[in-house]
Each structure stands twice: as C-alpha cells, then as structure tokens.
Design a protein around this ligand. Sequence first.
Ligand SMILES: Nc1ncnc2c1ncn2[C@@H]1O[C@H](COP(=O)(O)OP(=O)(O)OP(=O)(O)O)[C@@H](O)[C@H]1O
Ligand SMILES: [Mg+2]
Length: 307
Amino acid sequence: MLDDLKKIIKRLNELDVAADITPVVSDQPVPLPPKIFSVSRQIIAVTNQKGGCAKTTTAVNLSGCLAERGYKVLVIDLDPQAHASLGLGMDKDNIDRTIYDVLMNNVSLCDVILKTQVERLDAVPSNSVLSGAQLELASVLGRESVLRIAVRKMLLKKDYDFIIFDCNPSLNLVTINALVAADSILIPIQTHYYSLEGMKELFSTIDIVRERLNPDLQILGILATLYDTRTKISAKMLGQIREYFKGMVFDTVIRNNVKLCEAPIFKKPIHIYDNRSLGAQDYFSLADEVVAKTQKCEVRIGAGKVA
Ligand SMILES: Nc1ncnc2c1ncn2[C@@H]1O[C@H](COP(=O)(O)OP(=O)(O)OP(=O)(O)O)[C@@H](O)[C@H]1O
Ligand SMILES: [Mg+2]
C-alpha cells in the first residue's frame, strides 16, 4: 500500500496542471429523502494531519446534517484552534471547562457537554489550553486511552447516535486518543495538488493504532473536499483518489462553496445558514451515506424535513 502511494505521488508530480475553465454548477435545491433509519452508534474521528483539508467544516456540517435528519449527535473539539467550538457558536474564552479538563483533570465528559443552537446537536468545546495536553499526556498512565475511557463512561449516562471528533492537524497524542476512542475514521482529502502527501504517514499511524491499541478501528471513508468543478486538476485529483482508494471513497464529493466559508462567521452549520446551498446539499448527501454505512436495518421510524 505504501509503495502504491509513492507511485501515485510520483504520477501526480508529473501531472499537467493547466486548467480548463468551464461554468460552475449552479445552486439547485435538491429534495431530501424523508427517512430516518435506525443506526448502530458510531464514534467517528474526522482526521488528516494535513492542515486545511476541511476536517472542521466536515465535522461541524456532517454533525449538523445528521442532527437535522433526526439523530442525536455530539461533536468533540480536539483542536486547540477551537474552530469547531467557534463554528457552533461557543465563546472559547468564556468557557469554564473544556476537553482539556477531561483529558488532564479527570473531569467527567458529561460535565463538559454544552447544547448548541441546533436541536439534537451537543458539543464539547476546546480552547488554546488544549495545546498543553499534547505534551502533558505523555506522562499520564494509559495516555492513549484517556478519551476512550471518558467516552465510554459518558455513554453509560447519555445516549448519542453519532459522536464526532474534530481532530487537530497533527498525529500527536490527542489525535492518537481520538483514534483509540473511535469506531471509525473519516478522512477528508482535498482534491488539490499534493493532497496525497502525508497519507502514507496517516495510514502507518492507523495500522499501528489497529495493531496495538484499537483492533476494531475501521475506515468509514475518504471524503474528497474543496472540489473545484471548473478545473481539470480537481477532476484529475478526484480520479486519482478514486482509482487508488477505490471502495473507500465516499460517492459524495464536497464542492467548493463560499457559503461553507461564511457559515462559521455566523456561527451556524451550513444547513441552518443556507439550507439550499451547494454546501448543504453535499453535506446532507454525506450524512445520508454515513447513515447508510452505519444502518442497522431499513426501518422507517419517522420523517425528516424536506429542503
Ligand atoms: N467546500 C468548501 N468550499 C469552500 N471553502 C471551504 C470548503 N471546505 C472548507 N472550506 C474552507 O477552507 C478552510 C479550511 O477548512 P477547515 O478549517 O474545515 O479545514 P481543517 O482541515 O479543519 O483545517 P485545520 O487543519 O487547520 O484544522 C476554511 O476557511 C473553510 O471555511
Ligand atoms: Mg480544523
């Protein structure tokens, strides 16, 4: 697998990056299927040590769309940048306790969970203090499993269909904690030049975590993000990603959409900020794929909203 990745990276280096400009797909509303399926609870780490590949955008908006579909969702912000906390309307400088206290001060996860403005969507905030935990955890006994234990204890008291970790852009101990606590990993990958760089390191880490710490860890899927419908390079990159990772890649592709950049400024997930935007359509489509992958049985237990 690692050799194949090297080959792909070599081929990508040889690509002609000249772009053909074709018209952008226009914003067309799509009807959303009115179904809620029963799912097996899923703890998902949204991770890739590459910065800016839409981890936070995916964690926040996938969570929002799943909550809108009727599922109970908890987002846990594992990044000292606290972008997920901010995007969900939390004031990171005026929060008493954060995920840091769970990891380092033995505070119960239940005591750190906050409600968001979105029904059925809760969040555990972070702030810059978390950057200390990345080093401080090194001297803690069972340092890789602190989050796993905290999540399991919390689940004895609270019920969520989905728990989603927004990981920081590095493979540090906090991220390892996420991989050990998770059932599966969702890997956003930009449809940009060089986006496959670093995948080798990520896959090696996943292998080590599986071997030593969490043998049940699955790859839920690889998600192509920041797709520019106007450029050849985006299409080529998407082709390369699909060719190499085959069945691992979600059918949904997240297209470039300025509304996804605007929504966090207004501290709203995309489906609340602009339900008819391309961004909302794409993240609803992803939510439906995630539900399909974690579905227990095809029971219709309610009706979702139609856009
Ligand atoms: N589909 C999209 N269309 C347009 N802009 C996007 C899209 N997805 C993400 N962005 C923007 O790209 C930037 C990076 O996204 P985001 O913060 O989600 O990445 P990240 O992987 O979490 O970054 P980091 O590694 O720093 O945590 C943000 O400004 C975000 O608004
Ligand atoms: Mg982020």
